[in-house]
Design a protein. Structure first.
Length: 172
């Protein structure tokens, strides 16, 4: 898997997605989705849930694989591709931007711990992280404060439309 480096430009691709016509005014994006379960864990989302959450965050056609992994695989990928020796909740691997092609790797044990620590339901946390990762695949980023504000606002809007609470509101 390639690195998750996002090139910085004056306007991120994520902002360009926001500038397009409203979704109702255009054809919904096409999605080719593969879901892989490389770990057994309580509360893993169904393929239907992953599809629903992914589609909610898409503004362009995409081919995406979502892989749920254990802590060892999550840590190995984060170390190998980001130089960080710990498992993180979600990793985004972008292969192409037109159409969007990429992988999301979700570390189930980390998501479960975070949901519990933050007082969130496991569904709500998985939904948020899928939306977050799909936005990354479309060029959104949060390394710079201004970009983080745009990305977090979009995440919040999508997650609330999906029927979950604001992922950035204090839950505990």
């Amino acid at each position: 898997m390639p690195t998750n480096a996002t090139k910085k430009t004056k306007h991120s691709r994520g902002e360009a997605c926001l500038a397009r016509a409203p979704r109702a005014a255009r054809t919904p994006p096409k999605l080719s989705l593969a879901v892989q379960y490389a770990v057994e864990a309580a509360g893993l989302p169904t393929r239907a849930q992953v599809r629903k959450w992914t589609k909610a965050a898409l503004a362009v056609d995409a081919e995406i694989t979502v892989r749920f992994v254990d802590e060892a695989e999550g840590r190995s990928l984060n170390r190998d591709y980001r130089g960080k020796d710990y498992a993180t909740n979600v990793l985004s691997f972008i292969y192409s931007s037109t159409p969007v092609q990429g992988d999301l790797v979700i570390c189930a044990p980390v998501v479960e711990r975070e949901a519990q620590d933050q007082g969130k339901t496991i569904d709500a946390h998985y939904a948020h992280l899928i939306v977050h990762g799909v936005l990354h695949l479309q060029g959104f980023d949060h390394e710079i404060d201004a970009e983080a504000q745009v990305m977090e606002a979009r995440e919040t809007e999508i997650v609330i439309k999906l029927g979950y609470p604001d992922p950035y509101a204090d839950s505990v």
